[in-house]
Design a binder for this molecule. Structure first.
Ligand SMILES: [Zn+2]
Length: 281
């Protein structure tokens, strides 16, 4: 393919990474969603001329749509998604040029999507369930119907790219990742991601739910690329549009704490899976 892969490691200092992209004449990036977003939204991003980055592949964590849009806006290049885990031998499923779900590595892995409660297979698109896989070619550590804890649904019908491989829709988050609010409604990280990463100055955030006697408080700390005093109120408005939050605010079971903001890279390593932290007070 006339391509050379260079390992760089985690982004610790986006400025340094952008310099390395220029020095090494990198034209394709593979990385963790929030880390690549931090590069695409960094003050130095303009040093990378338009057309330099020709494609981006995101892996390691599930990918909020707002992060894909943020990266596309910065570099005007296709953003591909990979989903896999150590237990799959890393390679699992990969998006094609149609950007409408992933194709599966069916020669080595048998994928199923099952109802998280009954464990009955879901064979058609539309209804999300837990991704379960069986290894087909492994002798040393075979896995049979291994539960990933990740949620996705099938995509029916042929893919516009022309392949006959089956298609799985984007991973929508993880089981057990959502938190239950006092009014019984669940709030998931994915809806917070779509609300907050859509704001162009947001690089990352930490959400903490403090639960008490019948009333919760949601506290959000934003990591931003610059200090803009309007940002907390924009983030507050975005959060109030999240269905679960709007309902809980209306019935008085939730309050939104003032949103704090800190200027910085907002980077997390692969060990730090992003989640809503719950504190009982
Ligand atoms: Zn395809």
């Amino acid at each position: 393919m006339n391509a050379v892969g260079l390992t760089y490691g985690l982004v610790q200092d986006p400025r340094h990474t952008i310099q390395a992209i220029l020095d090494l004449r990198i034209d394709a990036l593979v990385g963790i969603p929030v880390q690549v977003l931090a590069l695409a939204r960094h003050a130095d991003r303009g040093r990378i001329a338009p057309g330099t980055i020709q494609s981006v592949l995101l892996s390691t964590d599930y990918v909020p749509r707002a992060i894909v849009s943020g990266i596309r806006e910065a570099w005007h290049c296709p953003v591909f998604q990979h989903y896999g885990m150590t237990e799959m031998g890393y390679g699992g499923v990969l998006a094609c040029g149609a950007h409408d779900g992933y194709h599966l590595r069916e020669a080595d892995l048998l994928f199923e999507i099952v109802d998280p409660v009954t464990h009955e297979p879901i064979d058609h698109g539309g209804r999300p369930g837990e991704i379960v896989f069986t290894t087909l070619t492994r002798y040393t550590m075979p896995l049979i119907r291994y539960r990933t804890g990740d949620l996705a649904s099938w995509v029916d019908g042929p893919c516009p790219c022309g392949t006959t491989l089956r298609r799985m829709g984007w991973v929508q988050g993880r089981l057990g990742e959502s938190v239950r609010l006092s009014d019984g409604v669940t709030l998931d990280l994915a809806s917070l991601d779509e609300a907050l990463f859509a704001l162009p100055d947001v690089l990352n955030f930490q959400a903490t739910l403090k639960t008490g006697d019948g009333q919760d408080a949601l506290q959000v700390r934003l990591m931003t690329r610059r200090r803009d005093t309007r940002l907390p109120s924009q983030a507050d408005a975005a959060l109030r549009r999240v269905t679960a939050i709007r309902a809980a605010l209306a019935n008085g079971s939730l309050i939104l704490a003032p949103i704090s903001m800190e200027n910085g890279a907002g980077l997390t390593g692969p060990a730090a899976k992003r989640k809503i932290v719950v504190e009982r007070v």
